[in-house]
Design a protein around this ligand. Structure first.
Ligand code: 5GP
Length: 175
């Protein structure tokens, strides 16, 4: 089977979560499957090996799990982008549109040094609202956002185009 098929088979679909009519793609089953988790992380890091990536920025919360593993494998640092009120030091914040509402995300002002090469990581891209907000935050503190990567793309929701419109390369493993 192809990588895409193996990963897709490891993801569980939950109908009507978090509200009626939404099918939630649950990656906890992928994370709990040792072979699938390794495959996902290996495939996520592959295009970035040898590029001199300084940091992986992960979105709370599932982006922490995948992004932390990526950072270790690339010998890069890890930067958490968190929901409002969770980071202890000085932050910059950004309101963003979610698939199911709006929220605010934050990053520490000194999380990235100007010009550092950063890759954004999350489990899934839908409308791209979360990732677009994250790219803006990272750029605001001086990061060079090289690329953004996700295990799952929901292509009908247009997230890839929204990120590409900001000049960010998008890489995804399954649809
Ligand atoms: P977007 O901002 O692209 O519309 O939504 C993506 C964000 O919402 C990501 O942070 C992602 O973790 C979360 N998300 C939205 N829908 C799903 C889903 O079906 N499954 C998972 N695992 N995350 C989702």
């Amino acid at each position: 089977a192809s990588t895409k098929d193996i990963l897709a088979a490891a993801i569980r679909s939950i109908p009507d979560y978090p509200k009626p009519g939404i099918i939630f793609r649950d990656i906890t089953t992928l994370l709990g499957d040792a072979a699938a988790f390794r495959l996902a992380v290996d495939e996520l890091v592959k295009p970035y090996e040898g590029m001199g990536v300084d940091k992986i920025a992960g979105m709370e919360a599932r982006g922490f799990i995948l992004g932390g593993a990526m950072a270790h494998q690339l010998s890069a640092g890890f930067v958490p982008i968190r929901k409002k009120g969770k980071l202890p030091y000085r932050t910059v914040s950004m309101a963003y549109a979610l698939e199911y509402g709006t929220d605010e995300m934050e990053i520490h002002v000194d999380a990235v040094k100007p010009g550092e090469k950063v890759i954004l990581c999350d489990d899934l891209i839908a409308t791209g609202g979360t990732a677009v907000g994250a790219v803006k935050l990272l750029r605001q503190i001086g990061a060079e956002v090289v690329s953004a990567c996700f295990v799952i793309d929901l292509p009908d929701l247009g997230g890839r185009k929204n990120l590409e419109a900001l000049g960010v390369e998008v890489r995804t493993l399954a649809e």
